[in-house]
Design a protein around this ligand. Structure first.
Ligand code: TMP
Length: 211
């Protein structure tokens, strides 16, 4: 049996790392993942060795000239193609579970709604890069843009995070629109860690029940 593919999305500072850690601790302690199968935590960009190089090209702030928007889009697609081939497909084919910090939704939100690149172009590239793989569930950790800015005040911004409030608001709108899909679940991430986890847990239990 194939493993499950779970994705977390959200604007910067939405608490994806905390939630992924909490969820994986909980999952490992349950019998939801079949015996002899594992849980693999990964991320985009940078989930593979090659992807780590691509991540640094994409997010480095000391780079002399930023990539143009199409180059940026292609670099995210290249990172995803390698990630899908090397990690995601082999892992779920073994029956193991994958939790990925970001996936295609980020490209639609950041490069589509943020950079205003053509959504159909992004979707075509997505089909190539993902080979048709789609997450079983995508959790959108939803926080107001002001909260994202506040939470990151003492943190060094990467090249994308430096884009400012208007860009981030467009990205947030993109995520909200994407989260209307039935395979997405929008969760208010300004609630307590425990409340957020419990919403995620019930969604995962539902996912197993409906398999
Ligand atoms: P992270 O800080 O959550 O690891 O994400 C890296 C940055 O890359 C974040 O600012 C969002 C951005 N990003 C895109 O612009 N497009 C994408 O397709 C992905 C996966 C991330």
């Amino acid at each position: 049996m194939k493993g499950k593919f779970i994705v977390f999305e959200g604007i910067d500072g939405s608490g994806k790392t905390t939630q992924i850690n909490q969820l994986s601790e909980w999952l490992i302690g349950t019998d939801l993942i079949p015996e002899n199968n594992q849980l693999v935590i990964t991320r985009e960009p940078g989930g593979t060795k090659l992807g780590k190089h691509i991540r640094s090209l994409l997010l480095n702030t000391s780079i002399e000239k930023s990539p143009d928007p199409i180059t940026e889009l292609l670099l995210y697609a290249a990172d995803r193609s390698q990630h899908v081939n090397e990690i995601i497909i082999p892992t779920i084919n073994k029956g193991d579970w994958v939790i990925s910090d970001r996936f295609c939704g980020s490209t639609l939100a950041y490069q589509g709604y943020g950079r205003k690149l053509d959504i159909n172009l992004i979707k075509n590239l997505e089909t190539i890069a993902t080979q048709g793989i789609y997450p079983d569930v995508t959790f959108l950790l939803d926080i107001p843009v002001e909260e994202s800015i506040k939470r990151r005040i003492n943190r060094k911004d990467d090249r994308i995070e430096k884009e400012g409030k208007e860009f981030l608001s467009n990205v947030a709108l993109g995520f909200k629109t994407l989260s209307k899909d039935r395979k997405w679940k929008k969760i208010s991430a300004i609630n307590s860690k425990e409340k957020i986890l419990s919403e995620i847990q019930s969604e995962i239990k539902q996912l197993i029940k409906n398999k």
